[in-house]
Design a protein around this ligand. Structure first.
Ligand SMILES: [Zn+2]
Length: 67
């Protein structure tokens, strides 16, 4: 298993990443995607947040990924 960000060797502590830096990068990428909103209207932001939470709830947690 290698780091999905830089293909480095996975560090057990940060798996599936090699470092906190890469984990943060992936999280930022994920957040940017989830929070990509078409406008700055408050309702849209709330909808985006709700969608993000739904996605989070239905996606296996990154930190609890098992082999
Ligand atoms: Zn990495």
């Amino acid at each position: 298993m290698s780091c999905p960000i830089c293909n480095g060797i996975t560090e057990q502590k940060f798996r599936p990443f090699c470092s906190k830096r890469c984990a943060d990068q992936d999280l930022a990428k994920w957040l940017n995607g989830s929070y990509a909103i078409p406008s700055t209207a408050p309702e849209d932001i709330e909808n985006a947040l709700e969608e993000a939470q739904k996605t989070e709830a239905s996606t296996p947690g990154i930190s609890s990924v098992q082999h």
